[in-house]
Design a protein around this ligand. Structure first.
Ligand SMILES: Nc1nc2c(c(=O)[nH]1)N[C@H]1C(S)=C(S)[C@@H](COP(=O)(O)OP(=O)(O)OC[C@H]3O[C@@H](n4cnc5c(=O)[nH]c(N)nc54)[C@H](O)[C@@H]3O)O[C@H]1N2
Ligand SMILES: Nc1nc2c(c(=O)[nH]1)N[C@H]1C(S)=C(S)[C@@H](COP(=O)(O)OP(=O)(O)OC[C@H]3O[C@@H](n4cnc5c(=O)[nH]c(N)nc54)[C@H](O)[C@@H]3O)O[C@H]1N2
Ligand SMILES: [Mo]
Length: 662
């Protein structure tokens, strides 16, 4: 059976290299490509079932036009010719009446390929459309890191194998960083200790020797307490601090405020547990903080990242091989994506919508003029964005012309006026540069696209031709764009470029020791002010709501695979046992979770420990009345990011009669 190399296009730090078996236009098996030394033969449960996704009966294979009310999911096929003609006509009318900024693109992370993720930006820049600020994921974390470390990259994942203390801080390895598991196992076999810091016993908990359950939004306070103990007990590396940081005296002068006793009410941790953690951290030879992003999706997420980023500096970790952090910024952009995004094509300054505020933008609650045309590609805003009810109200607007380029009838596609059929990566050509380690892979299609499916870039070139956008980029093929990105990369040697263009997964060695890439080469601990902690946005309800990833789906993707949906199970709300008991809720009961924005139903789950006063909803589920009804479109302090984990709710048993008999 023919086997072709490919790469995972999903938004995951591990970015696997793959081998795809196929026969007669169908893919039959997907395995890990041993040519990639980091991801090797191990693939996740999701990717192993890619054939079921690609050949799902739910796939959309032709353009579709809406025939029923918005949201009804009633559509009839039309030709590409008719669809493109309709888009050009409707957009022309919108531009004539409201100007091009009444057109808004909405895209995020359905594919991470350099061409198909970014090419639309060139198109919408050339059109002069409204801008989209894409800060849905971990921009708060990135901004906090940059404030302290500049453009520095942290450790490569291989560092873990050499570590003797691994803090899994807000990091869910079995779900989101599977390829760290073999490295963690090696480190543990050599005696490394593993500590999980999370708001609940996540799937990472069984990997850890100890789990510290903290209050959501309290991580910055915990980091400051650790710094306080390190400082008070003389465990800091003062010569490292003097040589490589600025602002340590100013920060140290504030630390008395952050004793473990003072932060106990914030973090929920026993002071002695915090002291022990600080001492172990200082005593370790090569401590690594594996930093996920969940903690940073809060009103204080940027500042919290600053505080965590100060920890390795305080003990001089960066001077020691294998010590520091992993997971914040593990790879520089190996190719210059602005060559594809082409901000220079923009006719002038444009207003922009932050993707987290799409609902308010579509329902006219934000300044900037009306949005009359929406083009959604590789994103499922109706499921993944905060304030789901506002997003749905916006999408339901009769006067909004919505085009959705999708693979299946997602929550968003249901509201489209026109749906265009989209591909899987095995049907496209693209260049992948994973963000969890330094690697690059150029991938060709394995099978032809089924039906009338077209790639993101192909649609943009067709639309550009209709709309008279004549920059030469719009006549380039994806292959030509990939080649241009590789050839113009300043990070790759000529030999590496050749290997990339030959289709090899090229994994680059990263140095253990990090050069601090701030303007002055120093780690900034008090710029513009000493690192601090302030409360997250919070809310009036008594329980804090956290949205955690599910193992068997990736954001809203993979729900087209029934087997994965079965393995994931129904939508659950994980609760602390005492909080549940106080509300008369037992394991398995149907509950309703409410706040001022909306309400959503779940099955209560009490089988894993959860921090008191906290509830956790794993995964994104299709349908209305889901967890994102309860999440605010407020932004983080730094990075204008989502604050999806910074909301409060009340939980009630759903009519007790419904829960009986079991
Ligand atoms: N299987 C699977 N894989 C995925 C995804 C998925 O949905 N499913 N999503 C992909 C994407 S887009 C991304 S960005 C990454 C995300 O990958 P991660 O960064 O690992 O995941 P997060 O969503 O950030 O959540 C990690 C953990 O943070 C915890 N957490 C939440 N709030 C807090 C807090 O205030 N303090 C602390 N200490 N912990 C907290 C959550 O309980 C969760 O266990 O994973 C990618 N990979
Ligand atoms: N409650 C809750 N909300 C969340 C999260 C959570 O964990 N919990 N995670 C958040 C995070 S970290 C992120 S990054 C976002 C992710 O949000 P999104 O970027 O919307 O990601 P997905 O939900 O995976 O949806 C991507 C869609 O793109 C489509 N797609 C894939 N490839 C292509 C392609 O080549 N072309 C086109 N046109 N379409 C394609 C897929 O079919 C899928 O429907 O969600 C955020 N929202
Ligand atoms: Mo993400």
């Amino acid at each position: 059976m023919p086997i072709c190399p490919s790469a995972c296009p999903y938004d995951c730090p591990d970015g696997c290299s793959l081998l795809v078996e196929h026969q007669a236009g169908r893919i039959t098996r997907v395995t890990g490509d041993p040519a990639n030394p980091f991801t090797g033969e191990l693939v996740c449960a999701k990717m192993a079932r890619l054939p079921q996704a690609v050949h799902s009966p739910r796939r959309i294979l032709t353009p579709l036009r809406r025939t029923g009310p918005k949201g009804s999911g009633q559509f009839a096929p039309l030709s590409w010719e008719e669809a493109l003609e309709e888009i050009a006509r409707r957009w022309g009318e919108i531009i004539d009446r409201y100007g091009p900024q009444a057109l808004l693109p909405c895209s995020y992370a359905g594919t991470m390929g350099a061409v198909h993720r970014n090419g639309g930006e060139a198109f919408f820049h050339a059109l002069g459309a409204r801008g989209l600020v894409r800060t849905l994921c971990s921009s708060g974390k990135s901004a906090g890191w940059e404030a302290v470390m500049g453009a520095s990259c942290d450790l490569p994942p291989s560092a873990l194998a050499h570590s003797d203390l691994i803090l899994l801080w807000s990091a869910n390895l079995p779900a989101t960083r599977l390829h760290l598991l073999p490295l963690l196992k090696k480190a543990k076999a050599r005696g490394a200790r593993v500590i999980l810091i999370d708001v609940y016993e996540s799937p990472s908990a069984p990997l850890a020797h100890q789990t510290l359950l903290v209050q959501p939004g309290s991580d910055g306070a915990l980091a400051l307490s650790l710094l306080q103990v390190l400082h008070a007990e003389g465990l800091t590396d003062e010569s490292y601090l003097a040589a490589h940081t600025t602002g340590w005296p100013e920060l140290a002068a504030t630390l008395d405020r952050w004793t473990p006793e003072a932060t106990q009410a914030i973090t929920g941790l026993e002071p002695e547990a915090v002291r022990q953690l600080a001492r172990s951290y200082a005593a370790a030879r090569a401590p690594v903080i594996v930093l996920g992003s969940g903690f940073s999706r809060a009103g204080n997420g940027g500042e919290a990242t600053r505080a965590i980023a100060a920890l390795p500096a305080a003990i001089g970790a960066w001077a020691r091989p294998g010590a520091g952090t992993y997971g914040v910024c593990s790879s520089p952009d190996l190719v210059d994506k602005s060559l594809i995004r082409r901000p220079d094509l923009c006719p002038g300054p444009v207003r922009a919508v932050n993707i987290n505020q799409l609902g308010p933008a579509l329902t006219g609650q934000l300044p900037g003029g009306p949005v009359m045309g929406l083009y959604v590609y590789h994103c499922n805003p109706a499921s993944v964005l905060s304030h789901q009810n506002a997003v749905l109200a916006g999408l339901a607007r009769e006067d909004l012309f919505t085009v959705v380029h999708e693979r299946t009838m997602t929550d968003t596609a249901r509201y489209a006026d026109l749906i265009l059929p989209a591909p899987y990566m095995v049907e496209t050509e693209d260049l992948y540069t994973p963000y969890g380690y330094r690697a690059i892979q150029y991938v060709k299609p394995v099978v032809p696209p089924p039906g009338q499916v077209k790639s993101n870039w192909e649609v943009f070139t067709l639309l550009a031709a209709r709309l008279g956008l004549d920059d030469p980029i719009f006549s380039r093929t994806p292959g030509e764009l990939c080649r241009m990105l590789v050839e113009r990369s300043t990070h790759l040697t000529p030999a590496e470029k050749e290997r990339v263009l030959a289709g090899e997964p090229v994994v680059l060695e990263s140095p253990f020791r990090l050069p601090v890439e701030t303007a002055d080469g120093k780690i900034h601990l008090a710029d513009p002010a000493p690192i601090t902690w302030y409360p997250p946005h919070g809310g009036p309800e008594p329980l804090k709501l956290v949205c955690a990833p599910a193992v068997h789906t990736l954001n809203s993707s993979f729900q087209e695979v029934e087997e994965l949906c079965r393995l994931r199970g129904e939508s659950r709300l994980r609760m602390n046992a005492a909080d549940a008991a106080a509300r008369g809720i037992a394991h398995g009961d149907r509950v309703v979770c409410r706040n001022e924005l909306g309400q959503a139903e779940f099955a209560a789950a009490l089988d894993r420990a959860v921090a008191p006063g906290t509830v956790v909803a794993e995964g994104v589920y299709a349908g209305e009345g889901r967890v994102n009804c309860l999440t605010h479109p407020r932004l983080s302090d730094l990075g204008a990011a989502t604050t999806l984990n910074d909301n409060t709710v009340e939980v009630l048993p759903l009519a007790p009669l419904l829960n009986f008999p079991k």
